[in-house]
Design a protein. Structure first.
Length: 109
């Protein structure tokens, strides 16, 4: 069974982003695409549509949506949100990644 965990900080950020969409978005979609400095990169989009083969991770009303292809590369990942003086970003701890770029957004398997 595939497990994706979402921290309280990530759920709060998703809820904040959904609220800014004035009811148009159901949640945050994370997609893995080819590219970035390490081979794959994460793409983040607010989405209105949840497809039948999507995984939906819910926490405190927040919905994180991951398509089945991306899920294969993100199995057992943990998603957090970092917000401090130097950065404000989602942070994905992906046990399937063999190396990460310094930007934190691209990885290799």
């Amino acid at each position: 069974m595939t497990t994706i965990s979402l921290t309280e900080a990530a759920a709060n950020r998703i809820n904040s982003l959904v609220a800014k969409e004035n009811g148009k978005a159901q949640g945050l979609r994370i997609t893995v695409e080819g590219g970035g400095c390490s081979g794959f990169q994460y793409k983040y989009d607010m989405t209105e549509e949840i497809k039948s083969d999507d995984l939906v991770v819910e926490k405190n009303g927040a919905k994180l949506i991951i398509d089945s292809m991306s899920l294969e590369l993100m199995q057992d990942s943990s998603i957090d949100f970092i917000d401090n003086l130097t950065e404000s970003r989602f942070d994905i701890k992906n046990p399937n990644s063999s190396s990460n770029c310094g930007c934190g957004n691209s990885f290799n398997v």
